[in-house]
Design a protein around this ligand. Sequence first.
Ligand SMILES: [Zn+2]
Length: 101
Amino acid sequence: MRVNSNVTMRELGMANVKEGIDDTFSDIIKLERHCKFSNCRHETEPGCAVKAAIQSGELSAVRYELYKSLGRENTNNYAMKKEISKWTKAYKKSIRRVRDE
Ligand SMILES: [Zn+2]
């Protein structure tokens, strides 16, 4: 059963990374589910929940730009997710630093 437990460990590790990314952008991911079109690019589509949230101030346009710049297609890639996680941590740290000064 050693092989099985190894697989589980690896899957758990991947799940943690995935959760980190999903947590970081969980509000945007949630909003995307409310878009009229499932393939919505949040640009000119009607019934876009993301654009509506930015307009109402519910979602920070800066955070959305960050999310977008990381590439939604690429977020499906495990290696990319690790990079995003690192990047997000650095980004959060830099925000905190600005606030503290
Ligand atoms: Zn949208």
